[in-house]
Design a protein around this ligand. Sequence first.
Ligand SMILES: Cc1ncc(C[n+]2csc(CCOP(=O)(O)OP(=O)(O)O)c2C)c(N)n1
Ligand SMILES: [Mg+2]
Length: 396
Amino acid sequence: MQDNRQPAAPLLTHKVEPISNGLHAIPMLAMLDPQGKPYEQAELPELSQDKAIKIHHAMVFTRLLDERMIAAQRQGRVSFYLACTGEEGAIVASAAATESLDMIMSQYREQGALVWRGYTPRQFMDQLFSNHLDPNKGRQMPIHYGDKALNFMTISSPLATQIPQAAGYAYGQKLSGQAAITLCYFGEGAASEGDFHAGLNMAAVLKCPAIFLCRNNGYAISTPAEEQFVGDGIASRGIGYGIKTLRVDGNDAMAMYAATLKAREIAIAESCPILIEAMTYRLAAHSTSDDPSGYRSQKEEQIWRERDPVLRWQYYLQQCGWFDQDAHHQWQSEMKNTLLQAMKDAEIVPVAPVSSMIEDVYHTPPWHLQRQLTQLQQHLERHPDAYDLRCLGEGE
Ligand SMILES: Cc1ncc(C[n+]2csc(CCOP(=O)(O)OP(=O)(O)O)c2C)c(N)n1
Ligand SMILES: [Mg+2]
């Protein structure tokens, strides 16, 4: 089968230049080769040593978190988890090009953006363990993070709903005169939803300063990209809507950083949306409920393992003389301990009282919900051995 996520003969470009017509296969912006060496013609963005190391730390931390939580799900400690392994470059580097005032609306595989913004290990754990400190009060599945203070909109599972919402939010930012954008992440599978088309067209017509960032990671659960569409990826659709568009090597964090910086600059200066298609690969299973060995080969995975975005960034740091092996190992082992401690602490925090289940929607919960709650409470009391009765209390 043909892999139509990449043109038959990939056209590389080393300049950040959104294209405006799609008559030919859309080129892909690349800046670092797989050994982290800048291509000769690459016009690298300005990037300080501190920021480059912070990007590396956010990518490595995201991978540690993913490994730890997949293991925790296997141990039966959390019900569900979803990793972004292989896509850390596309996510962290794009988030690193935003300002804190910018809104981020994500799909569910973008925990690296939250890490970048400073979401703490404990915040991750309270949400993942669905305890009463989770802002959702445990009423959502794990991974539905959100944080008002960090301008990170709460994730919702129905695919692509965040796309028209991002268009609307960015329109509001424009009307209020803020020099800010909305960064909206989604997968190539979500781009098959009607909401993708409605959202992009609305953003184009209303000239909303939003960056639509599609992670084309090759799969929508078990459906490979070549069975989802036959056009030239998702980038061609942006051009169809009259939106300035860039296709970027999503495993090249430098190219992702440069592209998002430029996109942000254009979105604010011209008050318009930009579409970025990040060509990457989901190295992990779709979620802990999935087993990719049923629909793809190890050989295919190996090809992408060799294009690891985290290692590529590390190689780049090494060439700049910015990578201190000992300091990195020490930081990494401290992070592992911090994660473990946060997990242990969150795990013992009681869940929210069951009475909170019917709160926060109606001003006064209607009688039929009250009745169901009473029935549930009576059921729990009748079976004290089967349930943790702390859920009848008020939490801590
Ligand atoms: C409206 C809707 N339809 C179907 C699903 C089930 N579903 C969850 S994830 C997923 C695949 C999405 O693929 P993609 O957008 O490429 O994101 P990726 O998982 O690859 O990051 C599907 C079909 C859903 N959550 N919402
Ligand atoms: Mg996908």
